[in-house]
Write a protein that binds this ligand. Structure first.
Ligand SMILES: Cc1cc2nc3c(=O)[nH]c(=O)nc-3n(C[C@H](O)[C@H](O)[C@H](O)COP(=O)(O)OP(=O)(O)OC[C@H]3O[C@@H](n4cnc5c(N)ncnc54)[C@H](O)[C@@H]3O)c2cc1C
Length: 449
C-alpha cells in the first residue's frame, strides 16, 4: 500500500557553492579540497561527529596494509595522519598500528580542521531527498529536528558511502555481488578495557597469538560461538589496558540501506560482541579483569550501493593496472573482500569474484591500480559527483576502492573538480582533466604525467 504526501513548501536554509553530504574519509577530502580552492563549502553529516567508519566503527589502523611496502600515504590523508599523531599521539604500545589514529581525539582534530579551512559543518543532518529540475539537483533536503529544510548548491558531492543522494536523484546503481546482490557483512566494533597490557606485551606479539589460537579453535568447531567469523583482529593496545578496536562481529545477508536489516544487524552484532568478550575473558588470562567500554555507535559497512558512473572500474582494469587519461588517484593493488556468504573455506582469490571465500590480496611489490575521474561522475545528473566507497566500480574492485585513504583521495578529486567546474563555468563532468590533475598533484596526490 502507498500513501500520498501533500506538497509542501520547504524553508531554504543555505545557499552555497559546494555541498558535501557525508562526513567520512571521502567527505572530509571533498570538503577540505573544495574550501581550499576558495569555494563556500557546507558539509552535512547525519551523526554528531566526523570520520565515518574511522570514528563510528573504530577503524583506526586504516593503512595497516602499507606497512613494509614501498608505499606511503598521500594528500590530505598523509597531512591528517602526521598532524593528528603529532598533536595527540595514539597511546599505542604494540609494534603494530604505530600510526593508527586515536579516533576519539580524531573527532576533535577533524572539528578543528574544518574550522581552520572554513568548511561549514552541520551535524544531525540526514539527507534522503532532493528537488530535481531536469537533470540538475536544484535543492537537497535535509531532515532536521525542525522538519525538512532545503540547501541549494552549485555542485553536490555524495560521500554518504551508501550513495543516498544519488539514489534520491535517480542515479542507477548496483549493490552487492552481481549474481545475488549480497554485500559484505556488517560489523559493530568493540572496545575493551582492563586487559593486562604488561602480560600482553611480554615476549612475542601475544594479541596476534590469541587471534591465531581463536582461529584454530573456530576452525576445529570448539568455540561454540554463533557468529561466523574466524578472524579476530585487534587494534591499538594502551598502557592503561585498553584495546581500542576489536573487529569481530559479522552479520551476513544484510541490505545496508534497509532499516529492518540494519536493526537486525545492530542487535545481532552486539550479541556477538558480548559472546566474544565472554569467550576471551574465560579463555585468556590477560582478559580476566577486563570489561567492555563501548560498542561502536553504529553498525559499519564495507560496501553498499555503487553508482553507475561514466566509467565502471573493473577488477580486470585493476589487475592490468590499466592507465586512464583521466586518472585522479593511483593506489597499491590490494583487495579485502569479506565473503558475503560467510564462506571462509574457499580459495579467496580475486578470480573467484567473491563466490569463493574471503578475498585478501595484500600489496605486492610495486603493483598499483588507477581510478579514472569518470567513475566519480554519475551518468545522468549534471551537478552531482560521487566519492568514496560508492563510486562506479564492480563488486570486487570496490574491495580495493574502499580503502580509507583512497576514499579520501577520491574525495579530494571530487572537491577539486567541483571548484574547478564553478571557476570555469562548466558542469563537473566537463572539467579540464589536465587542470584537475595538476591541482591534485599540488595537493600531494601522486598522479602520473
Ligand atoms: C569493520 C570495518 C573494518 C574496516 N577496516 C578497514 C581497514 O582496516 N582499512 C581500510 O582502509 N578500510 C577499512 N574498512 C572500510 C572503510 O571503513 C570504508 O570503506 C570507508 O570508511 C569508506 O569511506 P566513505 O567516506 O566512502 O564512507 P563512510 O566511512 O561510510 O562515511 C560515510 C559518512 O556519511 C554519513 N552519511 C551516510 N548517509 C548519510 C546521509 N544520508 N546523510 C548525511 N550523512 C550521511 C555517515 O554517517 C558517515 O559519516 C572497514 C570497514 C568496516 C565496517
Amino acid at each position: 500500500m502507498k500513501l500520498t504526501r501533500p506538497e509542501k513548501e520547504i524553508e531554504l536554509l543555505f545557499t552555497t557553492d559546494v555541498l558535501v553530504v557525508g562526513g567520512g574519509p571521502a567527505g572530509i577530502g571533498a570538503a577540505v579540497s573544495s574550501a581550499r580552492a576558495g569555494k563556500r563549502t557546507i558539509l552535512l553529516e547525519k551523526r554528531g561527529f566526523l570520520g565515518g567508519n574511522i570514528t563510528a566503527c573504530y577503524v583506526e589502523n586504516c593503512n595497516y596494509y602499507l606497512k613494509n611496502t614501498e608505499f606511503s600515504s598521500e594528500g590530505l590523508y598523509a597531512e591528517i595522519e602526521k598532524a593528528a599523531y603529532e598533536e595527540y599521539g595514539n597511546d599505542n604500545i604494540r609494534q603494530k598500528n604505530l600510526k593508527a589514529f586515536n579516533s576519539e581525539y580524531l573527532k576533535v582534530f577533524l572539528d578543528e580542521l574544518m574550522a581552520e579551512n572554513k568548511v561549514q559543518v552541520l551535524f544531525h543532518s540526514f539527507v534522503n531527498e532532493v528537488i530535481m529540475k531536469n537533470d540538475r539537483i536544484e535543492g537537497v533536503i535535509v531532515q532536521t529536528k525542525k522538519g525538512p529544510k532545503a540547501i541549494v548548491a552549485s555542485v553536490i558531492i555524495d560521500t554518504t558511502g551508501d550513495g543516498d543522494v544519488s539514489f534520491a536523484a535517480g542515479v542507477p546503481y548496483e549493490q552487492g555481488r552481481s549474481e545475488d546482490g549480497l554485500c559484505m557483512p556488517g560489523t559493530v566494533s568493540m572496545r575493551i578495557t582492563g586487559v593486562d597490557s604488561g602480560k600482553l606485551m611480554e615476549g612475542t606479539e601475544r594479541l596476534t597469538e590469541i587471534g591465531n589460537e581463536f582461529k584454530r579453535a573456530y576452525r576445529a568447531g570448539e568455540t561454540g560461538l554463533k557468529c561466523k567469523r574466524q578472524d579476530l583482529p585487534f587494534g591499538r593496545l594502551t598502557k592503561a589496558g585498553q584495546i581500542s578496536y576489536i573487529n569481530y562481529s559479522c552479520e551476513y545477508g544484510l541490505d545496508p540501506t534497509d532499516i529492518i536489516d540494519l536493526t537486525k544487524g545492530e542487535i545481532n552484532c552486539r550479541q556477538y560482541d558480548l559472546d566474544i568478550y565472554r569467550y576471551l575473558k574465560e579463555h585468556f588470562e590477560e582478559f580476566k579483569d577486563s570489561e567492555i567500554t563501548s560498542l561502536s555507535p553504529e553498525i559499519g559497512f564495507r560496501d553498499s550501493r555503487r553508482i553507475e558512473g561514466r566509467y565502471k572500474l573493473t577488477i580486470e582494469d585493476m589487475e592490468s593496472n590499466r592507465h586512464f587519461d583521466d586518472v585522479i588517484a593511483v593506489f597499491p593493488r590490494f583487495y579485502d573482500m569479506l565473503s558475503p556468504d560467510a564462506n571462509m573455506d574457499g580459495d579467496g582469490k580475486v578470480e573467484g569474484k567473491g563466490y569463493k571465500g574471503h578475498i585478501y590480496e595484500p600489496v605486492v611489490d610495486s603493483r598499483t591500480f588507477e581510478i579514472p575521474y569518470r567513475s566519480l561522475v554519475p551518468i545522468n545528473i549534471s551537478n552531482l559527483l560521487v566519492a568514496g566507497r560508492c563510486i562506479s566500480a564492480d563488486h570486487v574492485a570496490e574491495s580495493g576502492v574502499r580503502a580509507i585513504s583512497l576514499c579520501m583521495y577520491t574525495g579530494q578529486a571530487a572537491g577539486t573538480a567541483a571548484a574547478l567546474s564553478i571557476d570555469s563555468n562548466v558542469i563537473p563532468g566537463d572539467v579540464d582533466i589536465k587542470a584537475l590533475q595538476s591541482a591534485l598533484r599540488a595537493q600531494n596526490i601522486n598522479i602520473p604525467e
